[in-house]
Design a binder for this molecule. Structure first.
Ligand code: HEM
Length: 457
């Protein structure tokens, strides 16, 4: 493998992530229709579609973020990765473990706790891959002579905290935790809150990296505001989880504290992206039009999600909203609207850098169609889930069936807009997947003027 191919290893992660997301979307739509028709596709009931969907879309978030880090680091003042072999190992461990997880779900073999429902033994290669990733990352960035920009800190913190919290999510295998229900739920949900915090670090670091590259100015990544986002994110990651545990008896100050810190992080990220957009010249926006557009969408979704998060985090209201479709709206609104939009911006930034000609053309065509279809559908999807959630807790009759019948129109809207969201994202992903394939297939260096591998049509 030559140096150019080595430096493209990150793109393999991104492409694998796109495949995972495409499959995850389809399974999500099947799950959406199972809300309405529980017997729909009996071979793949909701007990299987839910964990499959969540695992596939979370795999997309990790793969796209990790792929970006592997791709961006060697382009940072020629910071060569400490080990390319480790990157290949990481990739293959992910592929094999991922396939084993999918196979175990399809076979109906579960073993873990919610969100990590695959057999416990499969967590071992995942731990291993994070050690490989972490060691490689820190050995690489250690070579940086200048003070670290904020995204190095964010990526590093995300990696370390993922490892710690993933370990924590498996504490239930020890009888001391498992034997006491309150203790187990508390530790489990604390770990999940922090696990989300750690992937947010990877994703927000990527957002700042891409934003500063588009602007051609690294200063915002070294600004006080960016570091306050980092410290707030870190603080949130350590303490903000308590808004996941309102239902469990715990000390009141923990809840109040968690509520106070958990919203500020999003607000600061929203503000940084807002200022960044205002600072861009038209030519910069045009040059990176797709990447710019996805970051713009992420910024809007940050504010929309912030409003919902503020409402559902008020402890007294959380008692009603918890476990309804409103929580699902919050989870999907942020993983799609914020995380996925940022990661698509990263994918399209990479494409624009590697294939300038092709991606400029993509701005006005299919990608625009996919972008609007996905975002408009997401708006309807999000509102339909909130309406279903409100309908659920407003219902005060005795019958579960009657309650479900009353929210059925909203669930139908949710499932139909889910199809729009899936098709929109598929269009965006297919375009990117194909173009990234041409970059990877090229053994030859890319001709910068043509934006194509040397000698290609
Ligand atoms: C980028 C795309 C998507 C991402 C990142 C995503 C993410 C998620 C996450 C994180 C959850 C867990 C929510 C929770 O536990 O509260 C979830 C659940 C779910 N998602 Fe998605 N999702 C996506 C697209 C879709 C689509 C297009 C549909 C189609 C209707 C869909 C249907 C579902 C369903 C039915 C559930 C289960 C909800 C429940 O258990 O009550 N998702 N998704």
């Amino acid at each position: 493998m030559n140096t150019q191919q080595q430096d493209l290893l990150g793109l393999r992660f991104m492409r694998l992530g796109m495949l995972a997301l495409s499959a995850g979307l389809l399974v999500g739509v099947i799950g959406g229709f199972q809300f309405l028709f529980p017997e729909f596709l009996r071979e793949l009931l909701f007990t299987k579609t839910r964990p499959l969907h969540v695992s596939l879309v979370v795999a997309w978030i990790f793969l796209a973020a990790i792929g970006g880090i592997y791709f961006y680091l060697p382009r940072q003042r020629k910071l060569k990765l400490a080990s390319y072999r480790a990157v290949s190992w990481h990739y293959w461990i992910f592929v094999v473990t991922g396939l084993a997880i999918i196979a175990s779900f399809l076979a109906g073999k579960f073993g873990g706790r919610e969100y990590l429902e695959y057999p416990v033994a499969l967590s071992i290669p995942i731990f291993l891959s994070w050690i490989i990733f972490g060691v490689n990352y820190f050995r690489t960035v250690r070579k940086e002579r200048e003070p670290w920009p904020v995204y190095y800190w964010m990526w590093g913190t995300g990696i370390v905290f993922f490892f710690i919290t993933y370990l924590e999510a498996y504490l239930w295998v020890i009888p001391y935790f498992r034997d006491n229900m309150v203790r187990e739920i508390m530790v489990q949900w604390k770990a999940y809150g922090a696990l989300t915090g750690s992937w947010n670090m990877l994703v927000y670091g990527t957002a700042l990296y891409v934003a500063t590259r588009i602007a051609g100015d690294d200063k915002p990544a070294r600004s006080k505001l960016a570091f306050s986002l980092f410290f707030l994110g870190l603080f949130n990651l350590m303490f903000g989880w308590a808004h996941h545990t309102y239902l469990v008896p715990s000390l009141p100050w923990i809840r109040t504290f968690a509520y106070a810190v958990s919203m500020t992080e999003l607000l600061i990220l929203g503000k940084i992206l807002w200022d960044w957009r205002a600072s861009l010249e038209s030519w910069q926006k045009n040059r990176y039009c797709s990447a710019y557009r996805f970051l713009y969408a992420a910024d809007i979704w940050i504010f929309i999600n912030l409003i919902l998060a503020l409402i559902i985090s008020v402890p007294a209201w959380n008692l009603y909203t918890h476990g309804t479709h409103i929580t699902v709206a919050h989870a999907m609104g942020s993983t799609i609207g914020i995380n996925t939009m940022i990661l698509l911006a990263s994918v399209y930034y990479v494409l624009r850098e590697e294939l300038p000609q092709k991606v400029r053309d993509g701005c006005a065509g299919q990608v625009t169609l996919g972008f609007w279809l996905a975002n408009i559908s997401l708006g309807v999807f999000f509102l339909a889930l909130i309406a279903a959630g409100v309908g659920k807790f407003m219902y005060d009759g005795p019958s579960f069936q009657e309650m479900m019948a009353s929210i059925r129109p909203f669930l139908l809207l949710f499932a139909v807009s889910g199809i729009g969201l899936m098709v929109g994202l598929w269009i965006v992903l297919w375009h990117a997947y194909r173009l990234m394939g041409t970059i990877l297939a090229a053994d030859r260096p890319v001709d910068v003027k043509l934006g194509l591998p040397v000698g290609a049509d």
